[in-house]
Design a protein around this ligand. Sequence first.
Ligand code: RIB
Ligand code: CA
Length: 301
Amino acid sequence: MPTPVVLDCDPGHDDAIAILLAAGSPEIDLRAITTVAANQTLDKVTLNARRICSAAGIAVPIARGCDRPLAGPLRVAEDIHGGTGMDGPAFGAVTAGVVEQHAIDVMHAHMPATLVATGALTNVATYLRRYGTAAVREIVLMGGSTGRGNTTPYAEFNIHVDPEAAHVVFTSGVPVTMVGLNVTHQALVTPEVVARLTTLGPLGRICGDLMTFFAATYREVFGFEAPPLHDPVAVARVIDPSLVACVEAFVGIETSGTYTRGATVVDLHARLGEPPNARVAVGLDVERFFDVVVEAVRNLS
Ligand code: RIB
Ligand code: CA
């Protein structure tokens, strides 16, 4: 039976591919897409979700969520995703709409389900505070790292945008799977992967244009030879858990560190005496991962 999923995202180049992977994989029953301010403003990430769904003919409800973190200002990632939040491709007409209901109410309407979160955790935390944890089967999130960060030396972007929300999620008691940079940095979109996508027709070419822009900013900002496809790795974990190896560990969210706010402190060797509160990704079957990504785009083409 396909796994019911609500995908909470901030498109975002890699979020866009995560949407395609979720919608194009038979193992997932994509119930709804909810948007959260992070990579760009709420208006921009919501328009981007509508754009990619229009291009792929994905007809699931899209709902707007929170437009700022629980505490502190919104800081977007324009240097990585551009002024629109999804610079690069020329998108056609936007035919996919947006529903009136708030994202957390749409999440509630589609529970029980797995919540996959690929942006800041503001919507997920707000949902948990409003509706509780009972109906959420699992939260699988792209965020954090067992090692260094990408936004500050020790904080990854999604967690850094809203550390308070991340603390709510990791202390909620809901089964949480954390897919961090230590794994997503293995999912590099090489020219060979781009070529596999662009042969799939118009949708594949949009993916290629997305990755071409993403590659340029990742080279410029981080010196990467190829960009890491972060968010789809979280979706891949739901599709086939054997793709993403995980271990149980305690994860603490730093919310007040002078230099470490937004860090995910992953206690891989149980040194803190805290019970594990998350499954933490530690490995990726890269070849099979890109096989499922390409297959999903093919299914939608
Ligand atoms: O740190 C990577 C994460 O931040 C990804 O989800 C990317 O889309 C950005 O949101
Ligand atoms: Ca994202």
